[in-house]
Design a protein around this ligand. Structure first.
Ligand code: COA
Length: 141
């Protein structure tokens, strides 16, 4: 399929995004710059899968692991999740490094929709609570 380049109105964009949200229920956390500009998202699907995507303009700056860490702390705290899993294609090196960097461990290699994927998991039982970390930083400063 050829990539398409087309002008999309904000209304069309909003309608498409709503359709995506309906089709894939779960949680999406948006990471923002200090100025409130969105720079990426972490998605928690209802089946426990977590995935991460950053705006191409913000990649390569070491933001993937901190965004993932903050989102996992939130999922543990707010959703009471005790475990998260991720499916990553072997060629996605930055993604693999980011997930391994926050503590995900390789579970198995498996075919998913006809493509080889690495399945990772992490236990959130001992995962640091984001709030505790924030309080610790504050009391130091
Ligand atoms: C996956 C993604 C979020 C990573 O974000 P990023 O900004 O590119 O990565 P970071 O700059 O935070 O770096 C993460 C790690 O990858 C390494 N890395 C970054 N770019 C790399 C490259 N081109 N080649 C090899 N390693 C690379 C970094 O050195 C870092 O490793 P380290 O912590 O061991 O030093 C981003 O590439 C993305 O949005 N990709 C598209 C969506 C996607 O593929 N998601 C994965 C499915 S869940």
């Amino acid at each position: 399929m050829e990539p398409r380049s087309e002008e999309i109105s904000p209304e069309t964009q909003a309608a498409r995004f709503k359709a995506i949200l309906r089709a894939r229920p779960g949680w999406r956390l948006v990471a923002e710059t200090r100025q409130g500009r969105p720079l990426g998202q972490v998605r928690f699907d209802s089946d426990g899968q977590v995935s991460l995507a950053l705006d191409p303009g913000y990649r390569g700056r070491g933001l993937a692991a901190p965004a993932l860490r903050a989102a996992l702390a939130w999922a543990r705290r707010e959703l009471k999740r005790t475990r998260a899993v991720a499916r990553i294609k072997p060629e996605k090196v930055p993604s693999i490094r980011a997930f391994e960097g926050v503590g995900f461990r390789l579970l198995r290699r498996a075919a998913f929709r006809g493509q080889l994927c690495l399945e990772y998991e992490i236990s959130l039982e001992q995962f640091p609570d984001g709030r505790t970390a924030a309080r610790t930083e504050k009391s130091r400063g």
